[in-house]
Design a protein around this ligand. Structure first.
Ligand code: NPG
Length: 362
């Protein structure tokens, strides 16, 4: 394709309820969209970065800047570019994987729309549905947590992920496991612990958890390896997994039993596919992580998660999990505990331009 225009649009969607994480409390989700126009048609991408650099060093303003001044110029050339060559053209720019992912995503959407093919078809997936999994932020008490889990179990979710941190862990998990003995349950610490907490975290083995996600900081692979040697519960990494090489290092060190794969974090869906294939060859279980995406990012994640290597339910929930109003014309819904893999061209969702204008902040 020959790209003619790249628009970067920031929208702010109100959250249905405050989202409490170790990085703070969110009442709205500011998200950056990339609208690409080319000689083969239009495509849309979504950037996973949040307004604040809490979860990652990238944030909305940094992504806008790097897209405008460093990434878009490299692709706005008179020569042909494709989604598979985009990462090479953007490679001279260090980091900014979430920004790169959004631009590459818009190119994938445009290419597939022009071909009349769905993203799922281009991935070669055969599954028509994926299991719905929900992430629950910190609750005020174990009883409140159990009420919220009950509402999601009633809604059909097959897997629940709980946020934990020192002082907000064992009693909450214990209450959840007592009330839901058969529920697929996992915990995510977002790096809130250190290796000094290994003896405390050994208690996680009492709860038959699917995994414990990112208990320690992003770069403490040795700490995660020590914990993995101590626990029966699989250790899952999120932030440190940014490429095939970092996945291989983490696995070689014994720091990673399970991979949380997020296309935005690894630089795009092309890189995500490569990590998926690497993990499949080595029987490393995968699941698709979430970043409170709009229906656009959710649709792309659902198709990705339909690949055979995604053996565990992901953070794949309905648009209504976080948003009263989603910016796609057909919000993502959970039915019978699953989400249908989009079959339309591109990512299979249509953006509602009126809603984008209504929620646009930049
Ligand atoms: O279901 O989209 C979702 C949210 C899943 O908990 C989720 N994401 O650490 O993976 C994470 C976590 C997150 C939340 C990351 C907020 C960044 C900010």
């Amino acid at each position: 394709m020959r790209i003619e225009a790249i628009d970067v649009i920031a929208v702010r969607l109100p959250l249905r309820s405050p989202w409490h994480t170790t990085a703070g409390t969110l009442n709205g989700r500011e998200v950056l969209l990339v609208r690409l126009r080319s000689d083969i048609g239009e495509g849309w991408g979504e950037c996973a970065a949040f307004a604040e650099p809490g979860y990652s060093a990238e944030f909305v303003a940094s992504a806008r800047l790097v897209l405008r001044d460093h990434l878009a110029p490299r692709l706005l050339t008179p020569t042909e570019v494709t989604s598979t060559t985009a990462s090479l053209l953007m490679a001279p720019v260090a980091g900014h994987r979430m920004a790169k992912s959004a631009l590459e995503m818009a190119m994938i959407d445009a290419e597939l729309r022009a071909e009349g093919r769905s993203f799922a078809e281009s991935l070669g997936v055969t599954r028509t549905h994926v299991d719905a999994g929900v992430a629950i932020g910190f609750a005020g008490s174990p009883a409140e947590l159990c009420d919220r889990i009950a509402s999601y179990v009633d809604a059909g979710y097959r897997r629940v992920k709980l946020k934990i941190a020192p002082g907000r862990d064992l009693d909450y998990i214990s209450a959840a496991r007592d009330q839901f003995p058969a529920l697929a349950l996992q915990v995510d610490a977002n790096g809130a612990y250190t290796v000094a907490d290994i003896d405390h975290l050994a208690a996680l083995d009492e709860f038959a958890l699917l995994l414990v996600e990112q208990p320690f900081g992003d770069d403490d692979l040795v700490g995660h390896a020590l914990l993995a040697n101590r626990l029966r519960t699989p250790v899952c990494l999120d932030e440190p997994i940014v490429s095939v090489d970092t996945t291989a290092s983490a696995v070689a060190l014994g720091a990673c039993d399970v991979v949380n794969l997020k296309a935005g974090r690894v630089g795009g869906y092309v890189a995500a596919r490569a990590i998926h294939d690497w993990c499949v060859e080595r029987n490393i279980p995968l699941w698709c992580g979430g970043m409170l995406e709009t229906g656009l990012g959710r649709a792309a994640n659902v198709a990705l998660a339909a690949l055979d290597g995604f053996t565990l339910p992901g953070d794949l929930s309905a648009s209504a999990r976080f948003y009263e109003t989603d910016i796609v014309t057909d919000p993502i819904v959970v039915e019978h505990g699953g989400i249908a893999v989009p079959s339309g061209p591109g990512f299979g969702v249509e953006l509602d331009l009126d809603l984008i204008e209504r929620f646009r902040v930049a």
